[in-house]
Design a protein around this ligand. Structure first.
Ligand code: GLU
Length: 482
């Protein structure tokens, strides 16, 4: 049997990290089994769906590198893959189910249904609507012919239960006492999620439905619809919910929950993929850094943990740092440069780009997020701005002027401007002036980089070049003299 899986996001919000994890698991499962990964557009809610969210989903999947084989923006044998374009098909199935008696037009009034639910709650029963107000087929036909509009509900068999083997949750049973005679087609002719999703899973020949555990209670409904259509139901795998480090359901208070925030916030997609993969799955042996190829060959839905998974932004940030340090210098620059250019709002000059190249090995070591790089390299671009806090804490010390003047002198005399020569000159200056590295070099750092915190000083001086470095020392001396 060919594995055919689908990721079915609704474009009613930015792609959530939990949904991104579901997309990844679908992708890994398909790629490891010569399967087909399908992207379906669950856009039946026309009022809440929009192009910005549609774009965000596509951009997010593209950024993570989760390419799909069939589906929206791609096509395939079951086109269209947008639910909003399949309403005729859903109506056709709803009508066929009604004709076969698996579903019926419902004429119950809101008041009747509300009274029924209130009574059930008062008696301590689940208020699952059991179809008690269903009218005879003749009456239904007469009222429809007279122009009355009515939703179509699925006639859930009772007493009965639906049992299925979930690849993550193992055997799951829902007694039909807990399951409403649920609406499949609203009176305005629009399908509900249950109908659209179950029909698509059948029509698109989906073998495995891999989705969040929040949809577990929908599954008996989908299985009932598939059976009424005369089809077998797919195998299900419901993924554990995400929670924050405090054990509560993941929400904004734990940090950003949209993938977009990480995509735009200086994370590397491979780090995010790695982190998402570990939310419910592990390659074993406490391994935390896993390549995409290793994930594809090692991932199995049967190994997904059913306990909630903790989404911890700090851990993700740590992992991102690991990935950044593992980039080679050129690759680091290739990723960091656009972030720097976006920050300054212009392309770097050749000279600035060369400085960035030189500093790459040192920047990499101290970067967790690419978004930090513009702040670290600001002094390599354009003029230096002295950070006032750094200036006030370092340059007001009595030795500051001495150190900057002496540094200026020894550096001016250097024959070759390279990191070893610079370091040797400054260390001999410290000795000659009787200054500790801290007292003697911090003023030089503030003069040249503008800040008391910067990448390594000698390398920074080398990258800046003789002329710019000396000019900055001179500017600082002037300011100290004032
Ligand atoms: N469109 C649904 C959602 O975004 C998922 C549907 C499904 O996977 O069955 O929650």
């Amino acid at each position: 049997m060919t594995v055919r899986v689908r990721f079915a996001p609704s474009p009613t919000g930015y792609l959530h990290v939990g949904n991104a994890r579901a997309a990844l698991y679908n992708f890994l499962y398909a790629r490891g089994r010569d399967g087909v990964f399908i992207l379906r557009g669950d856009d039946t809610d026309r009022a809440r769906s929009n192009d910005e969210f549609r774009r965000d989903i596509l951009d997010g999947l593209g950024w993570l590198g989760l390419d799909w084989d069939e589906g929206i923006e791609h096509g395939g044998p079951h086109e269209p893959y947008y639910q909003s374009r399949r309403f005729d098909r859903y109506r056709e199935v709803a009508a066929a189910l009604a004709a076969a008696g698996s579903a019926y037009h419902c004429f119950a009034t809101e008041e009747q249904l509300e009274a029924f639910r209130a009574e059930a709650r008062a008696a301590g029963r689940t208020p699952a609507y059991d179809g008690r107000f269903r009218v005879s087929d003749d009456e239904a036909r007469r009222r429809l012919d007279a122009g009355e509009a009515a939703p179509i509900r699925f006639a859930v068999p009772r007493p009965a239960a639906t049992t299925f083997r979930d690849l993550v949750r193992e055997e799951v049973t829902f007694d039909h006492d807990q399951v409403d005679d649920f609406v499949i087609l609203r009176s305005d002719g629009s399908p509900t999620y249950h109908l659209a999703s179950a029909v698509d899973d059948v029509d698109f020949e989906i073998s495995h439905v891999v989705r969040g555990e929040d949809l577990l209670s929908s599954t008996p409904k989908h299985i009932l619809i598939a059976a009424a259509m005369g089809a077998g139901a797919p195998t299900y795998a419901h993924l554990p919910l995400l929670m924050g480090p405090d054990g509560r359901k993941l929400s904004k208070r734990h940090g950003d929950t949209s993938l977009r925030a990480y995509r735009l916030g200086g994370y590397l997609p491979e780090a995010v993929v790695n982190y998402l993969a570990l939310l419910g799955w592990s390659p074993g042996d406490d391994v935390t850094i896993v390549s995409m190829d290793e994930m594809i060959s090692g991932f199995d839905l049967a190994d997904v943990n059913k306990n909630p998974a903790v989404f911890d932004v700090e851990k993700l940030e740590w992992m991102n740092g690991v990935y950044i340090r593992s980039l080679d210098d050129d690759e680091f620059v290739r990723r960091a440069r656009p972030v720097v250019e976006a920050h300054v709002g212009r392309p770097l000059t050749g000279e600035e780009a060369a400085r960035l190249d030189m500093m790459a090995p040192h920047l990499k070591e101290r970067t967790r997020l690419l978004a930090e790089v513009p702040g670290q390299v600001g002094f390599l671009l354009g003029d230096v701005d002295h950070d006032e806090r750094s200036w006030n804490s370092v340059m007001t010390k009595p030795e500051a002027g001495v150190a900057v003047a002496a540094a200026n002198r020894v550096l001016e005399g250097l024959e070759s401007w390279d990191v070893d020569a610079i370091e040797a000159a400054l260390r001999s200056m410290l000795e000659a002036e009787g200054l500790s590295a801290r007292k003697g070099l911090q003023p030089v750092r503030v003069a040249v980089t503008g800040s008391s915190v910067s990448p390594p000083l000698f390398e920074s001086l080398e990258a800046l070049g003789r002329e710019v470095s000396l000019a900055r020392l001179a500017v600082a001396l002037d300011r100290l003299d004032d």
